[in-house]
Design a protein around this ligand. Structure first.
Ligand SMILES: Cc1cc2nc3c(=O)[nH]c(=O)nc-3n(C[C@H](O)[C@H](O)[C@H](O)COP(=O)(O)OP(=O)(O)OC[C@H]3O[C@@H](n4cnc5c(N)ncnc54)[C@H](O)[C@@H]3O)c2cc1C
Length: 487
């Protein structure tokens, strides 16, 4: 245990949150040693489960005084190791701050604590005809705090935008314990756009303890079409053609054969049997949706769709999405372990890039299945592997990082919505030049000069990136002789 977490400090923490909200037993700490990216694990020194903004403030003041690093945690569903504890840190789990504080229908907003589960926001306003648009596939478990930190997206972000478009105001505790309000309940607040800086900062600038979210009126009509294709390329071409035809669907998602099969066994959505399935959702006034549906169906048929099927009613539509949203979890039926990658490419490069990924995987003797937000060009290749096979985990990690290089080379990005976390920090310098990274660091240091908030994330560090360089690591002769060490 770190010398920083003395028994006196533990007593102070216990006083702040109470006996039942402080975890120090090694067996219980194991629950918090990783997030959804299970390939990386570090047990925290302790876990705190505050129930109020005041408690979070007191914890951060104490961490600041004692120089203890801390990692905020929502539901731990992150896929890039964002909530992974750093060496010698404490975890602040926000899961007990899960109350809806205010619903303001006339102003189309809702105020929540950070531990509120994403789908509970829509559930709270559905009866009044409203919904919360950002819908990560993990929406039944992930938290609003985690969504803010990752600027989470989802199937419907093609039309409605990512989390950043839907946050009006936030209460944030800074790493020194100070409290700030970011944004405002009305639009276009004066001053710097601090919300824009905080959203997507992956827990490195402080802890969000309250947020006011924009809710939207449910569209008059929602329709989903399933189009079955003999190849991913034909499905991808249809996506480009739909956008080029000036339609803006609410969602356009592609699943390949392996993902379809896994989802089928898992939640029985009764998908057509095919190599690639394109799901297109259209919403808006009924007359407009009917016209658009004819147009997109035509495009799919022209690209060789072997079947186009309309989800007949609300129940069928929800089942279509349940299958798609279960796809990551269902990958567990294909392989004991997997890494869900998250990169972005220009939509028009989809066929070429997917082809390349498949041949890279084949060369490594690994399988990759694809299910992704095709409308955004947001790829989620799932690299399947078995940790029990010697060297296979390393091979899978290496392949998943090389996939990002391909995305950058195609003019895309190393992450769409899952963040950089621990997983992709060594890919950051592939995408950004030194002045870009240093400017980001200046922002981080302005909020957190002591580097206590989720350290060792996002930014490449010589130690971590040296250890995980591309290809086998070759020790410097001084290091090999024991004279010098790489930090
Ligand atoms: C099956 C599955 C499907 C997924 N599908 C999607 C998808 O479609 N779209 C998508 O965007 N993501 C998706 N994800 C990834 C993940 O669910 C999202 O990134 C989500 O936003 C993480 O929320 P969480 O509450 O689990 O956060 P955590 O995993 O607990 O934390 C994520 C990051 O947020 C920080 N954090 C958490 N709470 C706070 C807070 N209150 N203040 C400051 N920082 C905080 C943490 O330090 C960490 O860096 C998926 C994950 C899984 C397992």
């Amino acid at each position: 245990m770190s010398s920083l977490l003395t028994s006196a400090v533990i007593s102070e923490l216990r006083e702040i949150v109470g006996e039942k909200s402080l975890i120090t037993a090694p067996a219980q700490l194991q629950t918090y040693e990783c997030d959804g990216l299970t390939a990386f694990r570090t047990p925290p020194l302790a876990v705190l489960l505050p129930e109020s903004t005041e408690q979070v403030q007191k914890i951060l003041r104490l961490c600041h005084r004692e120089r203890i690093p801390f990692v905020a945690r929502g539901s731990g569903t992150g896929l890039s190791g964002g909530a992974l504890p750093s060496e010698g840190s404490v975890v602040i789990s926000l899961s007990r701050m899960n109350r809806i504080l205010n619903i303001d229908i006339p102003n189309q907003q809702i105020t929540v604590q950070p531990g509120v589960i994403n789908s509970n926001v829509t559930a709270a306003v559905a009866a009044q005809g409203y919904f919360y648009a950002p819908d990560p596939s993990s929406q039944t478990v992930c938290s609003i705090g985690g969504n803010i930190a990752e600027n989470a997206g989802g199937a419907h972000c093609l039309k409605y935008g990512f989390t950043v478009t839907h946050i009006l105001e936030m209460t944030v505790v800074l790493p020194n314990g100070d409290l700030v309000k970011m944004g405002g309940k009305t639009l276009d607040a004066p001053g710097y756009d601090l919300s824009g800086v905080f959203i997507g900062s992956e827990g490195t600038l402080g802890v969000a303890t309250e947020a006011t979210l924009r809710i939207m009126r449910r569209p008059e009509t929602i329709q989903v079409i399933l189009a079955a294709f003999d190849s991913i390329s034909a499905a991808a071409q249809s996506v480009s053609d739909v956008i080029a035809s000036r339609q803006l669907p609410a969602a356009m998602e592609i699943m390949d054969r392996l993902s379809i099969e896994a989802a089928e066994v898992s939640v029985h959505p009764n998908y057509p049997v095919c190599e690639a399935l394109l799901l297109i959702e259209l919403d808006g006034p009924e007359a407009e949706v009917n016209l658009q549906m004819d147009a997109v169906t035509d495009i799919c048929r022209k690209n060789g769709a072997s079947e186009t099927r309309l989800a007949v009613d609300e129940k069928a539509r929800l089942l279509v999405w349940k299958g798609r949203k279960a796809a990551f979890a269902a990958a567990g039926r294909l392989s004991p372990n997997y890494i869900v990658q998250d990169g972005v490419i220009p939509r028009t490069s989809l066929p070429v890039v997917l082809e390349k990924l498949n041949s890279m995987a084949a060369a490594e003797g690994l399988r990759v299945t694809n299910v992704f937000h095709a409308g955004d060009g947001n790829l989620h290749p799932i690299v399947l592997y078995n940790r029990d096979n010697l060297g296979e985990e390393e091979k899978a990690i290496d392949l998943s990082l090389r996939i990002l290089d391909v995305c950058v080379e195609a003019g895309g990005s190393i992450t769409g919505e899952h963040g950089v976390g621990r997983e992709k920090q060594c890919s950051m310098s592939y995408m950004f030049a030194d002045p870009d990274l240093e400017t980001m660091q200046k922002v981080r240091r302005a909020f957190d000069p002591l580097n206590l908030a989720n350290p060792e994330k996002i930014f490449p560090t010589p130690r971590l990136c040296g250890e995980r360089s591309r290809g086998a690591y070759v020790a410097h002769p001084l290091e090999a002789s024991g004279i010098a060490e790489i930090f």
